[in-house]
Design a protein around this ligand. Sequence first.
Ligand code: SAJ
Length: 438
Amino acid sequence: MLIEKIKNRTAVVGVIGLGYVGLPLVIEFGKQNFPVIGFDVDPVKVKLLLESKSYIKHIPSDKVSGLIDTKKFIPTTDYSRISECDAILICVPTPLDHHREPDMSYVVSTCESIKPYIRKGQLISLESTTYPGTTDELTKSILEKSGLTAGKDFYLVYSPEREDPGNKDFNTSTIPKVVGAMTPEGLKNAVELYSAVIGKVVPVSSTRAAELTKLLENIYRNINIALVNELKMLCDRMDINIWEVIDAASTKPFGFHPFYPGPGLGGHCIPIDPFYLTWKAHEFDFQTKFIELAGEINNSVTYFVVQKMMDALNKNKKCINGAKILMLGMAYKKDIDDLRESPALKLIELLMDKGAVVDYNDPYIPSVPKVSPMRHYTIKMASVDLTPENLKNYDAILIVTDHSCYDYEMIVRESTIIVDSRNATKNVKEGRDKIYLA
Ligand code: SAJ
């Protein structure tokens, strides 16, 4: 039944959570002529979509207007319309709470909201990054309170999102999609559904395998970034340039993938996802020591950068207390405007704790709201202009995010001390004696 409706594009696809994961899926299914109902708890998002406006930086509004014009896309906050859907994709956040433990509240509240309206024959797929067992245990248990049985009355699936906002090489339809289901029948239907919009679908044997697949992808990054961050701190003592070494190692045409040291790990995936596995592993009397060590190192490198700032000021007979520091870059990685978990926020706090007077410049982030998205910091700042005159007002410059648009020649020329945590000044020839790699 469902497969037929997928094949003839009459299956109604419900997408819950119209953020940077859900909205691209809405667009892809809309492109393939499926009727789509988009669900979100935020009425502002629904209103903007109805006005054919995109609120996601890398998704142009014409992609939304194209959808609305077909009259086959309905954005709504009315969860009772879940009963009209044949397939339901859940794309809601899975952050960490204050104790750095999984915060499943969005997944739970979504399942509770749709429970009264799910019906026989539907396919329900969770896409949020989460610990192995979520689908089989948490999602299943809530949805079965409807009286329906997962695997029998409805298909229960897990398919991790792999959205990489702004990635120029890959997009929603060209990033292979891993899919695991509770039953072979469910898997078959899920493969059929996702194959309608995504070039390559990768079925695995269970929802747990699919859940762990996504975590492995991001733990791999976290661990390898921690490795080069640790080597950066060792190389500082050994007077070796770690970036030179990584570039040289990258000439090996196989068996090596370069990662680069930085001021710490930001973003809503890499610093967070690994701790979903750490938390679940405890249930099996297992310590994920590697993950926890990587977390420790990625945290400590931020303190290392502060120490290097103090050393640089000291070398110039200045002290951190009262020093005027301009931090370049607030976003968690270059050329984007996302602040989440950005190490820049922690650096500001640590520098201020030592009495430094800190300003920042970030062309992508004109101001930091009073309470940043991180909730841990209450700082209110505005980006200062990056001009030769302004640079002269600071005792030191701290490069935190290596935005491509920065004029590093000018920055070095017009500054006295440059502490560079990204090797962003690697091509600057003049004034190298003013640069301190951190
Ligand atoms: N970072 C380093 N050194 C590196 C790479 C990254 O310090 O060599 C830092 C970044 O500055 C940032 C943090 O790590 O603060 C995370 O950076 P990221 O490049 O991993 O970017 P994210 O957080 O946007 O990760 C997303 C992930 N996508 C999904 O989870 C679907 C990740 O799996 C992707 O591999 C990554 O984008 C990507 O490659 O862009």
